[in-house]
Design a protein around this ligand. Structure first.
Ligand code: PLP
Length: 395
């Protein structure tokens, strides 16, 4: 038995009926022209979502983690130095993955709740006069803390330092839900996953790769086979795939891009902003605050709510699942127990979010937290009533 309730975890997200149907296709010979007819529009669509004017899109049967691995193994060599700030579980995991691949990671430790520290990154790049740092890694949207980093500012910092490092961005929980400008921000590798803004089941890592990263690919020596961009690109050019593709997911990806574009990417981003703002109003009405330290850091796809002293966020998540069949995200790593997370990305609208907020309040009341039933819901209702609403996403 599965709960039919929408989920409020920050991915995987709710899957629109149209996408579920699009994924449900008979077996198709991936060496036939029918595959190319399906694959090409999906790839072209991803290019538009990433706002890529040049470079290549790579679609791998994997998840975001595989996307991280593909990004580094295709462009770097054993012992290369990369620069990364650590300010949450996902920035930490990418760093860990790099270290396990034998890269030297210059880590900028940053308090959780903050974003990528642009000034410190710029200073580190300026200090690297020998050009040792080959890539700067940035987590656009730190899903553990609900923090957005300013990638355009990061690009300006790299340029201001006059440094030639590649810029690799984890957009797993932002791409397709929050503005992303691969070419304008000078991103060399962007990593996304199918199960977040693209509203698909997990199973695809989706990457944008710039011409500079493609050039780095030629001399990179970290071992890769399954994730080798060279094999991918050779097969794509011939209308195929180097091995058996996840054909159903790729069919769903094409439909996902259509849905995003039918709504309009700017409208999708505006919807996410409104949904997030309603959640934030509710959080304030509960007398709580987001883990993100200041408003410019607030993520529009996930809010990590700092729970009152003496309360445990994991208790709320467990109760919501057990008693009400509703999924929220637990706190991870350093903020385990200190937060619970409300995912507000993908196929969601005002009324769905209100159901999530109401359920969170019931759990708080059940747990004896100092929150008045209806307070957060009312704050979100007032905001949604008063701001230009969007209709429910067409299913
Ligand atoms: N990066 C971010 C920002 C994420 O939120 C996640 C997963 O939630 C990942 C990477 C890892 O992706 P996956 O779980 O698809 O491997």
């Amino acid at each position: 038995m599965y709960s039919q309730n929408p989920v409020f975890i920050p991915g995987p997200t709710n899957i629109p009926e149209a996408i579920r149907k699009a994924c449900d296709i008979p077996t198709l010979d991936h060496r036939s022209p029918a595959f190319a007819r399906m694959f090409k529009p999906a790839v072209a669509g991803v290019r538009r979502v990433l706002k890529m004017e040049e470079g290549e899109v790579i679609v791998l049967p994997s998840t975001g983690t595989g996307g991280w691995e593909a990004a580094i193994t295709n462009t770097l060599s054993l012992g290369d130095t990369v620069l990364a700030a650590r300010f949450g579980m996902f920035s930490h995991r990418w760093i860990d993955l790099c270290q396990r691949h034998g890269l030297n990671v210059q880590i900028i430790e940053t308090p959780w709740g903050q974003g990528a520290p642009i000034d410190r990154i710029e200073a580190a790049l300026k200090a690297d006069t020998g050009g040792t740092i080959k890539a700067v890694l940035a987590t656009h949207n730190e899903t553990a803390t609900g923090v957005r980093s300013d990638i355009a500012a990061l690009r300006r910092a790299i340029d201001a330092a006059g440094h030639g490092a590649m810029l690799m961005v984890d957009g797993v929980s932002s791409i397709g839900s929050m503005p992303f400008e691969m070419t304008a921000w000078g991103v060399d590798i962007a990593v996304a996953g199918s199960q977040k803004g693209f509203m698909l089941p997990a199973g695809l890592a989706i990457l944008g790769v710039s011409p500079k990263a493609l050039a780095a690919m030629e001399s990179a020596t970290l071992p890769r086979t399954f994730f080798d961009f060279r094999d991918m690109l050779k097969s794509y050019a011939a209308g195929g795939y180097p091995y058996t593709p996840a054909v159903g997911l790729i069919a769903g990806l094409a439909r996902s891009v259509e849905m995003l574009e039918e709504e309009g990417l700017d409208a999708v981003y505006a919807r996410h902003h409104r949904l997030a703002e309603g959640v934030r109003r509710a959080v304030a009405a509960w007398g709580m605050r987001p883990c993100a330290a200041s408003p410019e850091l607030y993520s529009d796809t996930v809010t990590a709510v700092l729970v009152p002293e003496g309360c445990n966020g994991t208790d709320l998540v467990k109760l919501a699942a057990d008693k009400y069949g509703m999924a929220f995200g637990v706190g991870l790593g350093e903020v385990a127990g200190k937060v619970f997370r409300i995912g507000h990305l993908g196929m969601l609208n005002d009324v769905m979010v209100l159901a999530g907020l109401a359920t969170a309040e019931m759990c708080m009341a059940d747990l004896g937290w100092p929150v008045r039933l209806g307070s957060g819901v009312a704050a979100a209702q007032e905001y949604y009533r008063g701001s230009a609403g969007t209709l429910a996403l067409a299913a």
